[in-house]
Design a protein around this ligand. Sequence first.
Ligand code: ADP
Ligand code: MG
Length: 296
Amino acid sequence: ATPTAIMVGTGKGAEQGILIRGGESLERIQAIEAVMLDKTGTVTRGKPELTDVLVLDETLDEETLLRLVAQSEQGSEHQLAAAIVEGAKARDLALAHYPTRFVALPGRGVEALVEGRELLIGNRRLLQERGIAFDALLSQLEALEQAGKTAMLISVDGRLAGLVAVADTVKESSAAAIAELKQRGLAVWMITGDNERTARAIAEQVGIDAEHVLADALPEEKARQVKSLQDLGMVVAFVGDGINDAPALVQADAGIAMGTGTDIAMEAADITLVKGNLQSVVSALELSRATMRTIK
Ligand code: ADP
Ligand code: MG
């Protein structure tokens, strides 16, 4: 496209809340054949709420367990942590102690020392790695995930103690936008660090085929999956909002960040969607096609 067409296109994008870095990005997006979407904060609101607390350890009651967990999560910046902390406050629990030791374990969960107790909160992978069996909670875990919730296992002082679950709902605009992308012939994928059951439940709600869902993905894997689609000869866009998504945003032919997400994602992206909804991906595609048409 001519510099003028690009300038006009970029200006129109800005008016619609689509911030495009460089003319090349605007040109490239019309060539996209596959779109890979992050789940949490991209397809879903990313504002999960605490829904369930389940206690297994008979020496602890529900309030004590939730207090220990919420205090541990005060050390975390993760959306899941915020949901747990808010949920505990909503139940009038006093969160007086901050963890004296805290380690965030990306793609797994957290490890914290609070009130002299050693907590682990996170997914199967985390407990497996620490050699803590969770068979006793497996059926409850699976039932919660089947309902589309994210359940996190808890161990206190090295013993399985219970679980907490949060639910994140899909954005209203997601399903329609995904349908439009598919209608335009694009292959739509969803990738997440969350587990398979939850991921599939969410995917089903927005019309993404089960075989296009990649779950249990560590942060490095998102970029690797983008690359494997590229290796098949596809031009790939990645849409994400998190720190975790930065490598995939860089790897993709078009990196698209949600303006409602982290600065790191926006810095890594070619395009930022101010409104933070997937309908803007469709608009960006239209804009790019219109811009390219101008010169033909
Ligand atoms: P996503 O790719 O969907 O944004 P993440 O890679 O950030 O997810 O996290 C993957 C999984 O690790 C979560 O689903 C959760 O089980 C666990 N996890 C991550 N951070 C935390 C935390 N602060 N507290 C508990 N569990 C966590
Ligand atoms: Mg995310």
